[in-house]
Design a protein around this ligand. Structure first.
Ligand code: SPV
Ligand code: MG
Length: 270
């Protein structure tokens, strides 16, 4: 029986934990794509479409709950949404953990609870609680103190029970108006504190900042990007630059809003 399973790689793949599959996507030779979902139904649709991982978007989960992307939904309410997404699917989920919902103590609790709900990885960004969406006056947003943010990373890594659970750290230096030097300094500190990958974010309509970062960063650890603003860039450019993972961050929610608005308007008018 065991021999049969080994002889069928697709079954062996299914048997691997979600945490190790997410890790394999991060470290694999191919550019990986995660698709956004915000509830059990959208998560199921993402899996059925063939994606190998889900981005549980903070913006989308908040919007689907009818609140702003400013930590207006509590972290335990987000946890409830994640449980539905996790139960409805078998592919790994990387959750947008915003700033970690507070300091190192909050991250410690967050990681323990995410593991219990079957979430494979969390991304935390180097800003302050309550967070503000990166594209609202990004240049005026305050970044976290580097040492304080590293304490959040270390607390998270110390708390995980499964060695394959991943903590991705999101560098907001470009968004907040700082340059490549600040982005690299922060990424280096977060990597040294135990981060499993760096998400480098940019608000420009071209990918110049993130490509410059990747060129300097090299292969110190996987680099993840979110082309929400530079969405017209062909994915070949990301592949050639050597990024590990691309996140399509809000697309399922946007598609749902368009469809619901046109359906509601049609029925109301006709
Ligand atoms: C989210 O999906 O909530 C994100 C990604 O943080 S973005 O909206 O592109 O900043
Ligand atoms: Mg977010």
């Amino acid at each position: 029986m065991a021999t049969n399973i080994v002889a069928r790689p697709e079954i062996a793949f299914e048997l691997k934990s979600r945490t190790s599959r997410l890790r394999a996507e991060l470290h694999g030779p191919e550019l990986a794509f995660l698709m956004e979902a915000h509830d059990g139904l959208s998560a199921k649709i993402v899996e059925q479409a063939g994606f190998r991982g889900i981005w549980a978007s903070g913006l989308s989960m908040a919007t689907a709950l009818g609140v702003r992307d400013s930590n207006e939904a509590s972290w335990t309410q987000v946890l409830e949404v994640l449980e539905f997404m996790s139960d409805a699917t078998s592919i790994p989920i990387l959750v947008d953990g915003d700033t970690g919902y507070g300091n190192f103590n909050n991250v410690r609790r967050l990681v323990r609870k995410l593991e219990q709900r079957g979430v494979a990885a969390v991304c935390i960004e180097d800003k302050l609680y309550p967070k503000t969406n990166s594209f609202i006056d990004g240049g005026k947003q305050e970044l976290a103190d580097i040492d304080e943010f590293c304490s959040r990373i270390k607390a998270g890594k110390d708390s995980q029970q499964d060695d394959d659970f991943s903590i991705i750290t999101r560098v907001e230096a470009f968004i907040a108006g700082w340059g490549l030097g600040e982005a690299l300094k922060r990424a280096e500190a977060y990597h040294a504190a135990g981060a499993d990958g760096i998400l480098i974010h940019s608000a420009l309509s071209q990918p110049g900042e993130v490509i410059a970062f990747k060129r300097e960063w090299g292969d110190r650890c996987p680099v993840v990007i979110v082309p929400t603003k530079y969405y017209t860039t062909p994915t070949e450019v990301f592949r050639d630059a050597g990024f590990s993972m691309v996140i399509w961050a809000n697309h399922m929610l946007r598609a749902a809003i368009d469809a619901m608005q046109s359906c509601a308007a049609k029925l109301a008018n006709e």
